[in-house]
Each structure stands twice: as structure tokens, then as C-alpha cells.
Design a protein around this ligand. Structure first.
Ligand SMILES: [Zn+2]
Length: 406
């Protein structure tokens, strides 16, 4: 098929998918956390059936799985993308615009501009078509560009020889990978998989954080100031003492690359009770575990200093580094990906991700799952944009993986 009609199909699909608002809602404990995610999943399920998918299952969590039986030998290959867009306080409704980049700043609307002086990477797309926002929302190339690329590739498999392919489109990635965790993995029986959920030029990621969260709850002793001396235990000050135990140079704002941190994310307190929420991140598993121990030591120290405060500490692992799931026998998932990206005319750029993806969870479940670029930039921002040529490169990478044409 001709490139122009393929890029047209990509853009049409993208516009169709972003027209369904599907922002996730962290305040809703029920997955999917917003009705739009199910509406989008239903649309995708219909489209999958039309293009010949089998075993199309859409469950109560709005996790959608489907299969395209392979004509090439080899293990089944998974593709995963998420249905939700992120809530960063912007409108859940997305009105994308397709513009030709002339080199001048782009007036998005709502007082927002996309300025090449702020984002010099735009210069790489001079004279090209770019999809951007109307200034009121994110664009949702995270992750609907992925849905569009995967669906476009599947719709063209037809008679082309391809691998056994299994899909998982999951909700609520942006709020702690809740959809991936709700996925019944017996429906995603693959030897290796890819998420398509990364920004940047030909970026791939197979190193992510190990991530955990600690919740420290401090119960103090309340008293009226007239009789407080020697009686009152202020949980807010106990929390302050706890926080001051941690190294102020090992925070998100003071670290980069593979440096980990403890992030004091929240302090929620009153006279009786204070809850401190700590995010723990490190690429290195041993150092990640040390950070957990460091928190427990700090809590023990603070308990000694404030014997009348009651302190509890709950630490949970959230996701793990994909790299730890890569063994000699499954290195092919990364090698194939690098070869597939190369077919688009540029080598892959491996990124050490300071975050996690659905693949960080799937990898802990024995499915090594690196992450592929979507073609988008500036995720989680009104300045998010998607050059059509990068979108096409992402699609071509997926196509090469599915058909083993590399
Ligand atoms: Zn994403």
C-alpha cells in the first residue's frame, strides 16, 4: 500500500480514537475508572472483529484481548497499549488539529503556543504535517497513537505472512498500571511483548524503575494547649522529623539517569494523625531494596525519639525494572525491536526510563515487554504533538515486528 494512504489511515484512526474521551480518574476505585474507556474498547473490539481477529474478549475491567493466528513459525508475540489519557488537570475532551509546520510558532488556541524556540526538535519537521492540541488538553498520542498504529498494522496483515499475534488494550495505565494488573494473563499467553507508549525519536525502553510506595501513618496525642506540656504529641512534627531523616540530594529534583530517590509525595495531617506518602524509585534492584530498608530504619529511629506516637509503615512494590526480566533466552525481544526500528531508516535510541510502563508490570509476570516510541512528544502537556512522519515510523516498526520483515 502507498505511504500516503497509510499515513491517512493512521491519522483518521487517531482522530477517531481521541474523539472518545477516556481520561482515567484516580479517585474512582473501580476499573475502568471512566466510562469512555469502555466505549473506546467496544469500538476497538468491533473493529478487531471486522479485520479478522479471533478470541476477541472485552471483560468487566474493559481489558480487551484478541488474537491473529500466525502463519510464520515462532512464539506468539504480544502488543499492549492503554485506553486512557492522563488527568493532569486539563480537559478530558480532545480536539486535535493537523497543521503544516512552517517554522513559525503554532498558535494552538486557549492562549497556548507551540514554540520551536522552546522545543527545537520541531525544526526536524519543517514543512511537515504535525498533529497538535487546541491548547485545552493533552493530545492523547499517549497512547492513542499506539492504538492507531497497532490497529492499522493489523488491518493490513491480510494475506501477509505474520507471527502469532496477541493484543491487550488495557485501561487505567496512567494511574498505577491498574488495567494491566487486572488483565487475565491466560488471555495474553505470549513469549514476549511490546508496549507502544514512549515519546521521542525512535526511542525504545527496556530499562525502567523498580517502584514502590511507603505509607507512614503517625497517630499523635491531642491536648488543649493549657494542659499540653508533656502530654501533646504533634504528629505533624513527628512527620517532619521522619522526612528530615532522608537525604535531600536523593530526590526527583536532584537526580537523573540511573540515580534513584525517595520522593515525599504527600503529607496529610491534622492534630491527631498525619500520613506521609513516599515514592521509592531505583533502577538497581538491590539499591531499591536498600531504600525500603532505609525507610524502615528511619521509622524505627523516629519511634525511639517519639515513644508515645504510634507509627505504622506499609511498603508495597508497584512495578519492577524490565531489564531484570531480560535473560539470555529472551534477549530476542530487544534484538528484534532494534532490527525493526532500523528498517525505518534510523537506529533505535534506548532510553533509561525514569518511570514505568505496563511492560514493567508484565515483565514481572514473566513476559519480557520493552516499550516502543509512539511518535509523540511532550506527553502529559498541552504542548504534546505528533509529527505524522514519526507516527508512520512507529507504525512501520510495529509492522516489521509483526511480519518479521527486518
Ligand atoms: Zn502512556
Amino acid at each position: 500500500m502507498h505511504t500516503t494512504s497509510l499515513t491517512q489511515e493512521l491519522v483518521e484512526r487517531f482522530f477517531r480514537y481521541v474523539a472518545i474521551s477516556s481520561q482515567s480518574d484516580a479517585s474512582n476505585p473501580v476499573v475502568p475508572t471512566s466510562p469512555g474507556q469502555r466505549v473506546l474498547a467496544e469500538l476497538l473490539a468491533d473493529e478487531l472483529r471486522q479485520i479478522g481477529a479471533i478470541d476477541v474478549v472485552l471483560d468487566d475491567y474493559a481489558c480487551l484481548t484478541a488474537r491473529f493466528p500466525g502463519t510464520l513459525p515462532g512464539p506468539a508475540l504480544g502488543f499492549c497499549a492503554h485506553l486512557d489519557t492522563v488527568d493532569v488537570g486539563l480537559s478530558p475532551d480532545i480536539y486535535p488539529q493537523l497543521v503544516r509546520f512552517s517554522g513559525q510558532r503554532i498558535e494552538l488556541g486557549h492562549g497556548q503556543v507551540l514554540d520551536p524556540r522552546q522545543y527545537p526538535v520541531l525544526e526536524d519537521y519543517l514543512g511537515e504535517d504535525i498533529i497538535c492540541t487546541d491548547g485545552s488538553s493533552v493530545l492523547g498520542s499517549d497512547d492513542k497513537a499506539a492504538l492507531a498504529s497497532i490497529m492499522t498494522a493489523l488491518s493490513h496483515l491480510g494475506e501477509v505472512e505474520h507471527r502469532d499475534i496477541v493484543l491487550a488494550f488495557v485501561p487505567d495505565e496512567e494511574i498505577g498500571l491498574r488495567g494491566a494488573k487486572a488483565l487475565d494473563l491466560t488471555r495474553f499467553a505470549v513469549a514476549g511483548a511490546y508496549t507502544v507508549d514512549c515519546e521521542g525519536q525512535s526511542t525504545i525502553a527496556y530499562e525502567t524503575f523498580n517502584a514502590g510506595q511507603a505509607i507512614v501513618e503517625i497517630a499523635g496525642v491531642t491536648a488543649h494547649p493549657m494542659s499540653a506540656k508533656g502530654v501533646l504529641v504533634n504528629p505533624n512534627l513527628v512527620a517532619h522529623d521522619l522526612i528530615s531523616c532522608f537525604d535531600r540530594n536523593q530526590t526527583p529534583e536532584c537526580t537523573a539517569g540511573r540515580e534513584g530517590y525517595i520522593w515525599v509525595q504527600g503529607i496529610d495531617g491534622n492534630q491527631a494523625r498525619t500520613i506521609v506518602t513516599l515514592n521509592i524509585r531505583d533502577h538497581d534492584k538491590a539499591r531499591y531494596e536498600e531504600r525500603k530498608t532505609e525507610i524502615l530504619r528511619a521509622v524505627a529511629e523516629i519511634e525511639k525519639r517519639h515513644p508515645r506516637a504510634q507509627i505504622s509503615c506499609q511498603i508495597d512494590d508497584v512495578y519492577a525494572n524490565i531489564a531484570d526480566a531480560l535473560k539470555p533466552e529472551n534477549q530476542w525481544v530487544v534484538q528484534d525491536l532494534q532490527a525493526a526500528v532500523l528498517t525505518t531508516g534510523r537506529p533505535a535510541r534506548p532510553l533509561v526510563m525514569r518511570g514505568g510502563t505496563d511492560g514493567s508490570y508484565l515483565s514481572t509476570q514473566g513476559i519480557p515487554t520493552p516499550n516502543i516510541f509512539t511518535g509523540g512528544f511532550n506527553f502529559h502537556s498541552v504542548h504534546e504533538f505528533l509529527p505524522v512522519s514519526e507516527f508512520y515510523r512507529s507504525y512501520r516498526t510495529i509492522w516489521a515486528l509483526m511480519t518479521r520483515q527486518f
